[in-house]
Ligand binder design. Structure first.
Ligand code: 13P
Length: 289
């Protein structure tokens, strides 16, 4: 199946009371591991790509072409959306031009008027390309690719203003942060989420910072309108841990264990493992059958 946008995925998730996992990719191994797991579990999936990861992989075009070709060569039949994660105004335009089927325009650091204006322009461009748009209100805490947020909670009135611009998904800060949660984390702000849901109606909501959020909170967030959950750090941690074990066991020194295809294999398998855990938790397994 060719790349799809996220519209139908989000609608089905909302009606079916589950969330689609959006997993960040960094390279070929990441992409392969996530696509194969989605196919094995018959789960719809979104591949998130930050601007930093796009740059690392040498550009939007390379990423879009790699993902499209891999869907074909691996015979992936579940719906896959290629999504720009935390895109800038310029980045979102470049991603759409290169064939991304979905983009996040993160205007949360602008004042609300500018966020509205720029979101509108990205929505108009995305519509022409048949792509979907995620917008953000209120910054999400933690650090990702050098961008630091304060972990504020979004204002429901501002959420409604942005939700009415023709976007397809809305990310709103509810005390979630990127990266690992500190031991003294207060948990998700469900009162805020309920208010946002009440003002934004049917708009599918996005939960960033999916790493380390306990299952009961994930389930509650889904019951309150979350349809997409982003996970990045946890895949990195699983990859690093498996790779470290391989090296510490001296496997790179046995036979041709230094071959990158062997060296990266345990990490790739570990990504599959955590993606499976997350997909089961989000309830999206079997939803692409
Ligand atoms: P984590 O790295 O905390 O999983 O967050 C991922 C994310 O929200 C990507 O936008």
């Amino acid at each position: 199946m060719p790349l799809v946008n996220a519209k139908e995925m989000m609608e089905k998730a909302r009606e079916g009371h589950y969330a689609v996992g959006a997993f960040n990719i960094n390279n070929l191994e990441w992409t392969k591991a996530i696509l194969q797991t989605a196919q094995e579990l018959k789960a719809p999936v979104m591949l998130g790509v930050s601007e930093g990861a796009n740059k690392y992989m040498t550009g939007y075009k390379v990423v879009a072409e790699m993902v499209k070709a891999m869907i074909e060569t691996l015979n992936i039949t579940v719906p896959v959306a290629l999504h720009l994660d935390h895109g800038t105004y310029e980045g979102a335009q470049k991603a759409l031009e290169a064939g991304y089927s979905s983009v996040m325009f993160d205007g949360s650091h602008y004042d609300i008027e500018e966020n509205i204006q720029k979101t509108k322009e990205i929505v108009a461009l995305a519509k022409k390309k048949g792509a979907t748009v995620e917008a953000e209100v209120g910054s999400i805490g933690g650090e990702e690719d050098g961008v630091t947020g304060r972990g504020e909670v979004a204002d429901p009135k501002q959420c409604k203003m942005i939700a009415d611009l023709g976007i397809d998904m809305l990310a709103a800060g509810i005390g979630n942060i990127h990266g690992q949660y500190p031991a003294n984390w207060q948990g998700l702000d469900f009162d805020a989420l309920e208010k946002i849901k009440a003002t934004c109606g049917n708009m599918p909501l996005v939960l960033h910072g999916g790493t380390g959020i306990p299952e009961d909170m994930i389930k509650k967030a889904i019951s309150l309108g979350v349809c997409k959950i982003n996970v990045n750090t946890e895949c990195q941690l699983y990859f690093a841990e498996a790779t470290r074990k391989y090296i510490e066991a001296g496997k790179d020194k046995e036979k041709k264990g230094y071959d990158p295809r062997k060296l990266l294999a345990p990490g790739t398998e570990a990504i599959k493992e955590i993606v499976k855990i997350k997909m089961e938790m989000f309830g999206c397994v079997g939803k692409a059958e």
